[in-house]
Design a protein around this ligand. Structure first.
Ligand SMILES: O=C(O)CCC(=O)C(=O)O
Length: 272
């Protein structure tokens, strides 16, 4: 444990930033208004139930993950252009961040603790900077009792690897009222907590990376044509359709700042 006072929900951007640097996470108070939170909750709950009925649910015991949310409802898109993304995620890991993946995380009574990991633990080079960062939107309340994300404060500075052992008393549960958002550094060790209540813990992760890193969700393949066609330009930029320096162009004609159009013309095979 880091020895400082641990982060609590706050509206103060400077406090959020200093919590993020010192502890590897911060909690933004009232990040979502009630109308937006209810919109996200209703869409996610409906999608989760329908995936279960269709036999498509991704389950670990009673806990359900709903993947690829960007393709499953415009209700989730406002999370991609929320001020937090520039103020905290971009501030921490650099401009032009792109979405790596978006997941619903529904934690119910009787599950096991999640896999111990940090979000940039897949790197095969030892890089000490944060390259990715995450937002856990608390769509329901988060508490220690209902399986709030467990984390090790300060672990973003410890160069931990996947699977490194953790003492039971090192864990702290992220807690906050509905509508809070926990922003965390990609080097922070964390896992899903255990819910010992009868109420489901409902969270949405929007996971971000620098624009030259491969995304967790293969957006080009995962987003259906009608989804991309309906996306406003700002959402397309955030989802990885914007050219970054020499990367991400089409037909080898990248132009800085362009937003590529998957439905646009291609040169294709010409001549004999
Ligand atoms: O459900 C949570 O609290 C955390 C989930 C998580 O860390 C993940 O899916 O990578």
């Amino acid at each position: 444990m880091s020895g400082f006072e641990l982060p609590a929900p706050t509206h103060d951007l400077e406090q959020q930033r200093s919590d993020l640097l010192a502890h590897g996470y911060c909690i933004v108070a009232d990040a979502l208004g009630e109308a937006e939170r209810h919109r996200v909750f209703d869409r996610l709950a409906s999608q989760a139930a329908a995936e279960e009925t269709a036999g498509l649910a991704i389950m670990e015991g009673p806990n359900q993950t709903v993947g690829n949310l960007v393709d499953k409802g415009q209700e989730f898109w406002s999370l991609l252009t929320h001020p937090i993304i520039d103020d905290l995620i971009g501030w921490l890991i650099g401009d032009q961040v792109i979405l790596s993946s978006s997941l619903g995380k529904l934690v119910s009574l009787g599950g096991e603790p999640g896999f111990i990991h940090n979000d940039q633990g897949y790197l095969d080079l030892r890089i000490s900077d944060p390259l990715v960062a995450n937002v856990m939107w608390m769509i329901s309340e988060f508490s220690e009792a209902n399986g709030g994300t467990q984390l090790i404060p300060g672990s973003h500075l410890l160069h931990r690897e996947h699977g490194d052992p953790v003492a039971d008393d090192a864990w702290v549960a992220a807690a906050g009222p509905p509508g809070s958002a926990m922003v965390f550094d990609g080097r922070l060790t964390h896992r899903t907590g255990v819910n010992i209540t009868d109420d489901r813990r409902v969270g949405v992760l929007t996971y971000w990376c620098r624009p030259w890193i491969r995304q967790q969700e293969n957006m080009v393949a995962s987003l259906r044509d009608e989804t991309v066609a309906a996306m406003p330009e700002a959402v397309k930029r955030r989802t990885g359709f914007e050219v970054f320096r020499s990367l991400g162009g089409v037909d080898f004609s990248p132009r800085l700042g362009d937003v590529v159009d998957p439905a646009g013309p291609r040169t294709g095979r010409l001549g004999d």
